[in-house]
Design a protein around this ligand. Structure first.
Ligand code: FES
Length: 88
């Protein structure tokens, strides 16, 4: 899983990118708070940290997104269906 925690805000995505399964946790963050994205380390696809959707290819499918929250200092996450994302 790709987990990004910023204070009480947490984002959880599948770590395997939908293009050729690169580890998104090795990518770089770009954009600002309202449009933050993770950049795939292999071919540069960008995925929204809000909904997992593709902002920039070559990927054509969203990355699966988890609903996540901080509870007692830990992170709890459950899968949610993202439009266009493969099912886990
Ligand atoms: S493996 Fe991530 S964009 Fe190709």
């Amino acid at each position: 899983m790709f987990v990004l925690r910023r204070g009480e805000r947490v984002t959880v995505l599948a770590d395997s990118g939908p293009h050729l399964s690169a580890p998104l946790s090795e990518g770089e963050l770009t954009g600002d708070d309202g449009d933050a994205r993770i950049v795939c380390p292999w071919h540069g696809s960008e995925f929204s940290l809000t909904d997992g959707c593709v902002g920039h290819g070559p990927a054509t499918a969203a990355v699966p997104l988890f609903a996540a929250r901080v509870v007692d200092g830990g992170v709890r996450a459950r899968i949610v269906q993202s439009a266009g994302a493969p099912t886990l």
